[in-house]
Design a protein around this ligand. Structure first.
Ligand SMILES: [Fe+2]
Length: 459
C-alpha cells in the first residue's frame, strides 16, 4: 500500500465486549442516516465507515459508538471495539472511519454492525484481501463509474447488492459538481433534486460538496450496495469540476471556460479543490489520509494506491485529475481534431512524474498474474467514422496526452510485462480494445495491440 500519508485521522479504538450491545430489534436508520460502508481492504482488515446524525448526539456528547464484527456465519466469534464519543467530530461532519487492520483474517467475508445510544445500524458485509502469496482461483470485480444522481435512479445498485462479487471498484465521479445537468434544469426527476447550501449551480464551498455527498448517499439503493460489498474508489473530474486540471502556471485548480467558477481568484480555486478533497475523504470509505497541516491540494490528499489479490491480480488505482496539465485547448474545442495541434508536447502529463513512475514500477514489479490499471479516461485512441470522423480526438482522455501514454506503454512492453489490463470509466459506453504504443489515424479497431494485452474500457 502507498504510505505517503503523514497524518492518520482515523478514530482511535479500544477493544470492548460484544455482550449487552446490538439489540437488533432497535435498528434505526435515522441515526445512521447515510448508511454504513466498507472499503480499502487489506489482508487483515478493512476500513469501516458511518456517520452519526448530529440530531441524535447529546449535549454534552456522552454516547460511545460500538462496532461489532464477526466472520460470516460465526456470530459466536464476534469481536467488538469502542469508539469514544469525542471521536465523532463536527470537523469531520460527524463521519467516522475505523481501520480494522490486524483484526481480521485474510480472504474472509465478515458481517459488521454499529450501535450508538441504544440504536443499532443494519448489518453490513465486508471482505478482506487474500494474503499476497495466496493462490486465488478467480476474482470477480464490479466496476462502476459516473453515478449522476440528478439524471437517473440507482436501480443498478440494488442489483449490485445482490451480486456475488468479491469487491466493487469505482473509477470516479461518485458525485457530480452541479445541481442540475446543464440544459436539463427543467426536467428534474422526482426525488432527485440537489440544491447547494450556497445557492450556486456548481459546488463552491465545503458545505456544498458535503451536501452533494449527503444527497447521493441518502439513496437507499446505493446504501444497500455500499453495505453489502467492500469498495475501492478513485475520483474523476466531476468529484470536483468538469474537465478540471492543475494550472501549474498559477499553481491552482484549473477550470475550463464553460465552468462559471473559472474566473475566481487563485486562492478561491485552490479552496474548491481542497473542499472537494475533504468531502470525498469524509464520505467514502478509504484508507488514504488527509494532511490537515497542508494548504496545497498536492500535499493535502494523495489517493493513488494499489491492492493485491494474492497471486492472481493486483490493481493500481490512479488519480488522473489532481496532477494533470492544462489541456492543449479549452474544453469547448476538446473534441475538435482540427485544432490544438500541440498535443504531442512531451511535458504534458495526466499523472505527474511521481505517480507515473509509481504506476510503471508497480506494474513492472508485480508478481501477480494480472496487472490491472484502475484509470479514469479512455486509454486507447478514440475514433468515429463517417460524418463524425472529425471528432476522433478526445483530448480530455489519453488522446490528449499521447506522449505520456506512449511512455507508459513502452515501459511495460520493454520490461516484458504480460497480462496488463486497463479498466476505465468516463464514456458511459462499453468498449473493449487492445493497447498500443503508437496509434494511427486509420480507424478505431485494433485487433492486434503492440502490447498484446487487453484494455477494457468500461461503461
Ligand atoms: Fe463521469
Amino acid at each position: 500500500m502507498l504510505s505517503g500519508a503523514v497524518f492518520a485521522p482515523f478514530v482511535t479504538v479500544s477493544p470492548t465486549t460484544a455482550a449487552g450491545i446490538l439489540n437488533t430489534s432497535n435498528q434505526d436508520n435515522d441515526v445512521f442516516s447515510f448508511g454504513i460502508a466498507s472499503g480499502d481492504p487489506s489482508d487483515s482488515g478493512v476500513i469501516i465507515w458511518t456517520r452519526i446524525n448530529p440530531e441524535y448526539i447529546q449535549n454534552p456528547q456522552t454516547d460511545d459508538l460500538h462496532l461489532v464484527f464477526w466472520p460470516l456465519n460465526q456470530k459466536e466469534n464476534s469481536k467488538a471495539i469502542k469508539i469514544n464519543a469525542d471521536e465523532i467530530k463536527r470537523e469531520n461532519d460527524f463521519t467516522v472511519r475505523i481501520n480494522l487492520d490486524g483484526m481480521m483474517d485474510e480472504n474472509q467475508f465478515y458481517h459488521y454492525q454499529f450501535e450508538y445510544g441504544q440504536r443499532s445500524s443494519i448489518i453490513g458485509r465486508c471482505r478482506t484481501l487474500p494474503a499476497s502469496t495466496t493462490t486465488l482461483e478467480q476474482l470477480k470485480l464490479a466496476v462502476l463509474t459516473c453515478q449522476d444522481f440528478t439524471t437517473g435512479y440507482y436501480n443498478a445498485f440494488s442489483h449490485l447488492a445482490d451480486e456475488a462479487v468479491d469487491f466493487v471498484v469505482h473509477m470516479g465521479d461518485f458525485i457530480y459538481e452541479y445541481s442540475q445537468y446543464e440544459g436539463f434544469e427543467d426536467s428534474t426527476l422526482p426525488g432527485r433534486k440537489l440544491t447547494f447550501p450556497s445557492g450556486q449551480k456548481l459546488a463552491t464551498t465545503l458545505e456544498d460538496f458535503r451536501h452533494a455527498y449527503k444527497t447521493y448517499r441518502s439513496d437507499k439503493q446505493l446504501q444497500k450496495a455500499m453495505a453489502q460489498h467492500t469498495w475501492i474508489l478513485s475520483t474523476d473530474d466531476h468529484d470536483c469540476a468538469d474537465n478540471c486540471y492543475w494550472n501549474y502556471e498559477e499553481d491552482t485548480l484549473g477550470l475550463p471556460s464553460h465552468d462559471s467558477r473559472h474566473q475566481l481568484d487563485a486562492q478561491a480555486l485552490m479552496d474548491i479543490k481542497l473542499s472537494s478533497q475533504k468531502a470525498w475523504f469524509e464520505y467514502v470509505p478509504t484508507r488514504v489520509d488527509i494532511n490537515e497541516d497542508a494548504s496545497h491540494p498536492h500535499d493535502y490528499l494523495t489517493i493513488y494506491r494499489n491492492f493485491k489479490f494474492g497471486q492472481l491480480a493486483e490493481i493500481f488505482m490512479t488519480d488522473s485529475r489532481t496532477y494533470r496539465s492544462e489541456p492543449s485547448c479549452d474544453s469547448k474545442d476538446l473534441n475538435d481534431g482540427s485544432q490544438c495541434m500541440d498535443i504531442p508536447d512531451p511535458k504534458r502529463t495526466m499523472l505527474g512524474d511521481r505517480q507515473r513512475n509509481w504506476l510503471i514500477d508497480g506494474i513492472n514489479t508485480s508478481d501477480s498474474h494480472w496487472k490491472i490499471w484502475g484509470n479514469q479516461t479512455l486509454v486507447a485512441k478514440f475514433g468515429l467514422t463517417g460524418i463524425l470522423r472529425e471528432y476522433q480526438i478526445n483530448k480530455d482522455a489519453w488522446d490528449g496526452f499521447p506522449e505520456e501514454r506512449k511512455t507508459i506503454a513502452r515501459a511495460i512492453k520493454d520490461n516484458g510485462t504480460n497480462n496488463f489490463v486497463t479498466l476505465t470509466g468516463d464514456l458511459h459506453t462499453s468498449i473493449v480494445t487492445y493497447s498500443k504504443i503508437e496509434y494511427t489515424n486509420d480507424g478505431i479497431f485494433y485487433p492486434n495491440g503492440d502490447l498484446d494485452n487487453l484494455v477494457v474500457q468500461n461503461l
